[in-house]
Design a protein around this ligand. Sequence first.
Ligand code: NAD
Ligand code: DAU
Length: 350
Amino acid sequence: MHLLITGGAGFIGSHVVRRFLRAHPGCRVTNLDSLTYAGNLANLRDLEDDPRYRFVRGDITDAAFVGKLFSENDFRGVVHLAAESHVDRSIADPTAFVMTNVIGTVNLLDAARRAWEGNMEGRRFYHVSTDEVYGTLEDGGGMFTESTPYDPHSPYSASKASSDHFVRAYHDTYGLPVVISNCSNNYGSHQFPEKLIPLFINNIRTGRELPIYGGGENVRDWLWVEDHARAIDLIYHEGKNGETYNIGGHNEWRNIDLVRLLCRIMDRKLERAEGESETLMRFVTDRAGHDLRYAIDASKLKHELGWEPSITFEEGLEKTVEWYLANGEWLEGVTSGAYQNYYEAHYGGR
Ligand code: NAD
Ligand code: DAU
């Protein structure tokens, strides 16, 4: 089985590449990634010598390049994660989100359709999406199901919603065998320290302020990234074509409560006085259009495919903190920009 995984040098993508290679000895993976600021090949250092793994640097917005890649390789399937993924960046520069998340996705869909035409049996195009396409929920009111109408608010979520619609259109119009999953907030190792949890771990570690948007009342539903990768593997192999699956942790936290929990764990791990990290908390201007609450109803995935999160948030957050503290070199490589030399140093000339 030769799979194309896009965005494999990113946070979730690197866990997905590792998951497929470890769980399926007969699987080969081509990781296609353009290495934006979010792509870090050091995330996959442990797989570099695996003959079943290959890295290709390329941009999914380049239709000719994507078409050529498909004509030169007989991919059985695609797991598409490459995206611009940070909401704050989408507010500052929406165009990059349209290019990669919409145009890039259409380029991949079109290349798959052309390459697989007349031979769709056993193929699959898996699109990894987000719960943010559903919009926002009232405090304490309901959860997102697979039939919740789309109502995106940020340029990021609007671009992901658009890509989801194109994926369904390629299924309905051309019979492309597709599956989509919409997942809640992920946390774990190798996440770029611009997102809440790794940013705050790094700031506490280095004694910098913790900028909490608005009053910290916003609620997110957190899932350990390795549980997400396991769900993607399961849905890729056992999900039904044309279907959508919600993935979530049944694990809602107000930002302020999460930050306090994180501060307590950090104080303990760093052997600092209790309450020391909390003194770094600052309430700052709210994110524009900040969605109040996300919560995923993942019962379809549980009842149809038997998936459930494997660990509690407290366990997962503890493991996550331990990983960042044990991998200060990774964090320093990212924050200094040195990680961007990894490609030349390890793949230069190849
Ligand atoms: P990330 O930002 O960490 O990684 C994105 C990867 O895509 C990077 O390696 C980057 O180099 C690559 N990339 C970006 N533009 C590209 C382009 N034009 N061509 C080729 N490669 C490109 O993202 P992430 O947090 O790992 O998210 C992965 C996917 O999962 C995204 O589609 C995102 O929407 C979705 N998702 C993320 C979360 C979350 O909590 N992080 C939750 C649900 C869904
Ligand atoms: O819900 C899934 C989505 O989760 C994914 O699709 C996105 O790719 C991913 O980035 C994430 O989006 P969020 O905007 O929810 O994640 P972020 O880590 O940026 O923010 C989490 C919450 O913390 C949110 O309510 C904003 C708040 N926040 C974030 C940052 C970076 C702060 O209060 N301060 C901060 O500095």
